[in-house]
Design a protein around this ligand. Structure first.
Ligand code: IVH
Length: 671
């Protein structure tokens, strides 16, 4: 290709990429699929790589170009960047409108109503349509030069479009981060063990003020224009909304929520409407802004101190407040999950008094380093449960102390379990724990467990609330008369329920095991347990290793089972159930469990199997394997070069088997 041709091709590619950006970002209406856009970009990169002398700073490939800066330099705003007066009540907005009407001597004022984005104000200067410089607001007079970083924000055009571009145009607007971008950023931060950002605003500010633009480029920042500073070489429209429309035609993004409204009623309605949809917006806003639409009227109104008289921000009640953690308590949920909850000094957040906040789990408390007594920022957005955002560490006093998860359930005193790799700690007293009792009873009586028809959730709730039953064992002592006395419970249904309970007493061991609601013991595991051990007592007494010898039962499930049966009150309830008359046909235990009740000790080197293999084999046969010889040892198995255990067995008169005897015995028991 001749150089002239390359130049032309590059120019065409740049123009069409810019146009597609405009369609995608500003009009929110992509003109080509992503793949097509990527192809254009790749083609441009290819040509520019071959002809680096043709690269210009405005090329869409040059967003992240520069090296990290040593520091930001200052930028003076020729026209100061003002701030807005705030209103917090409808009365204050009414008073604002009254002042405007009085000063203008007009009855009906047209306003531009906009969302108040929670980001940071920046000024972006265009020189004949090319992005020249970008600066933060700073103190309103002097800001920082963040051109390098602003160039990385994909929604901000590096070149404006149209053939009526001003010689100079200073666009003002808000750089912000979407909720999604914020979530992703914090996820990444966590993965890299770096600090979490408290909210999208802080995240946006932190990202824009990076000396290395490559970091900013990764941060998913975005932008809405909400005004104009200096301009030269163009005639501006006569109103704010028309001006925003003009900016949009030049390729700048403006908020789709902007609306032309009339009078104070229009303001209040707009505030209400936006408040309603606030949580559905993809970004956070902290209120709405009303601006007198007509520029001539704006000019008459002028400024007072640092804010225009022609505009006001009507803020939503703050969603974040500072308060103190008085204590951290633990709640037990219906499924036994232990949730730490922060008791707070009462504080109004989002218009509601908040006295506690969920802390989710122990890891979350560690991660956020929340101590009892800490000063914290709490947040309550929409209907969401209040949350502790972060701790103000500077305000931690020596009286503050760390929180520890209790070892025993605060509701019932059972052991608390927390499995490796799981965030949630749980109460192991499923059957007994009052916090879990409704759930436990519903599971117990469900169709595939004890199958007590007619015992629905509402009824169980009522029975528990009225104190008729505290746990599953109490179910079987309910009489027909008691049941019939309940609200909305007919004689017939009471009789049917008693009949169903009576019928449920005849069950199977596997159903009964499943009904107990041991964590992670579903129907299949219950069946495997029943078949392997044959009796409830054997399962109750089984040790971790013996349980793990059952096919498909791993370490975690085995430890759930032992923990469950280690809770004396669980066994007590089981006894009550059996006393109430629950029974099942004898289960033919596995033929292979014929070493049940025998204890073995291994010593010396075995020839045909490893010690571990022998141990596993013995466990599957129902035996126990111990490390030391005592009077209770049933057999010692001695290989070559046995140790002191051999002598001890001899001294105590414990029978000693050699390897051949052992293999014989196993073969025998396998039949
Ligand atoms: S206009 C002279 N419009 O709010 C008027 N500001 O509290 C200058 N902001 O510094 C601002 N959304 O960072 C305007 N639609 C909006 C806005 C908005 C957010 C920010 C802006 C400003 C601050 C004032």
């Amino acid at each position: 290709m001749a150089l002239e041709q390359v130049k032309r091709h590059i120019a065409e590619l740049r123009e069409s990429i810019n146009l597609h950006n405009y369609h995608y970002y500003v009009l929110d209406d992509p003109a080509i699929p992503d793949a097509g856009y990527d192809r254009l970009m790749r083609e441009l990169v290819r040509l520019e790589t071959a002809h680096p002398e043709l690269i210009t700073p405005e090329s869409p490939t040059q967003r992240v170009g520069a090296q990290p800066l040593p520091e930001f330099s200052d930028v003076t705003h020729q026209i100061p960047m003002l701030s807005l007066a705030n209103a917090f009540t409808a009365e204050e907005v009414t008073a604002f409108d009254q002042r405007v009407r009085d000063r203008l001597d007009e009855e009906d004022i047209v306003y531009s109503a906009e969302t108040k984005l929670d980001g940071l104000a920046v000024s972006v200067m265009y020189d004949n349509g090319k992005l020249l410089q970008a600066a933060t607001r700073g103190d309103g007079t002097t800001g920082e030069d963040v051109t390098q970083n602003v160039r990385t924000i994909p929604i901000i055009p590096l070149t404006l479009i149209g053939n009526d571009l001003p010689e100079r145009l200073e666009v003002r607007g808000e750089v912000y981060m979407t909720r999604e971008g914020f979530r992703k950023l914090n996820e990444n931060q966590e993965r890299r063990n770096e600090k979490q950002f408290a909210n999208p605003r802080n995240a946006a500010a932190g990202s824009l003020r990076q000396l290395d633009p490559r970091i900013t480029a990764r941060r998913q920042l975005t932008f809405f224009a909400h005004g104009v500073g200096q301009y030269e070489g163009t005639v501006m429209p006569e109103s704010h909304i028309d001006m925003l429309q003009q900016l949009k035609r030049w390729g700048l993004p403006v908020s789709p929520q902007t609306k032309q409204i009339h009078g104070v009623q229009g303001c209040l309605d707009y505030y209400h409407d936006i408040h309603e949809i606030r949580d559905n917006l993809p970004y956070e806003i902290d209120g709405v802004v009303f601006k007198v639409n007509d520029f001539a009227q704006q000019k008459v109104l002028g400024f007072v101190s640092r804010a225009p008289r022609w505009a006001i921000a009507y803020k939503f009640p703050p969603e974040e407040e500072i308060t103190k953690v008085i204590d951290i308590e633990v709640q037990v949920g219906r499924t036994g999950a232990l949730t730490p909850v922060a008791r707070l000094e009462p504080v109004t957040v989002g218009g509601v008094t908040v006295t506690n906040a969920t802390l989710h789990n122990e890891d979350e408390i560690r991660r956020k380093e929340i101590w009892i007594g800490d000063t914290v920022i709490v947040r309550r957005a929409g209907d969401v449960i209040p949350e502790v955002v972060c701790v103000i560490k500077e305000q931690r006093t020596p009286a503050c102390r760390k929180f520890h998860m209790p070892e025993y359930c605060p509701a019932c005193g059972s052991d608390v379990e927390r499995m490796e790799g799981e965030a949630v700690a749980r109460c192991s007293g499923g059957l007994y724990c009052p916090a879990q009792c409704i759930q436990a009873i519903l599971h117990f009586s469900s169709r595939r467990a004890m199958n007590i028809g007619g015992l629905g959730e509402k009824l169980v709730q009522k029975l528990v609330e009225k104190g008729y039953i505290r746990n599953v064992a109490d179910l079987y002592s309910m009489t027909e008369k008691e049941l019939a006395g309940l609200e909305r419970m007919g004689k017939r249904s009471a009789a049917n329920l008693v009949k169903a309970m009576e019928k449920s007493k005849q069950t199977t061991l596997e159903r009964f095991l499943y009904a107990l609601g041991i964590r992670e013991v579903g129907e299949a595991t219950a069946r495997a347990l029943a078949r392997h051990f044959g009796s409830l007592e054997a399962i109750q007494q089984a040790e971790q290793e013996q349980l793990e010898a059952v096919p498909d039962i791993g370490h975690v499930v085995a430890s759930h089972i032992t923990t469950f049966f280690n809770q004396a009150h669980n066994n007590k309830i089981i006894q009550h159930l059996l006393d109430a008359g629950i029974f099942w046909p004898m289960v033919q235990a596995n033929q292979t469990r014929l070493l049940e009740g025998k204890t073995f000790v291994l010593t010396g080197t075995l020839q045909t199997m490893s010690r571990e293999e022998v141990k596993q084999k013995l466990l599957t046969l129902g035996a126990r394997v111990s490390g030391s010889v005592s009077k209770k040892t049933s057999f010692v198995i001695a290989g070559v070069d046995p140790g002191s255990k051999y002598d001890k067995a001899q001294a105590l008169g414990v029978p000693i088997l050699d390897e051949k005897d052992m293999l014989e015995m196993m073969k025998h028991h396998q039949r």
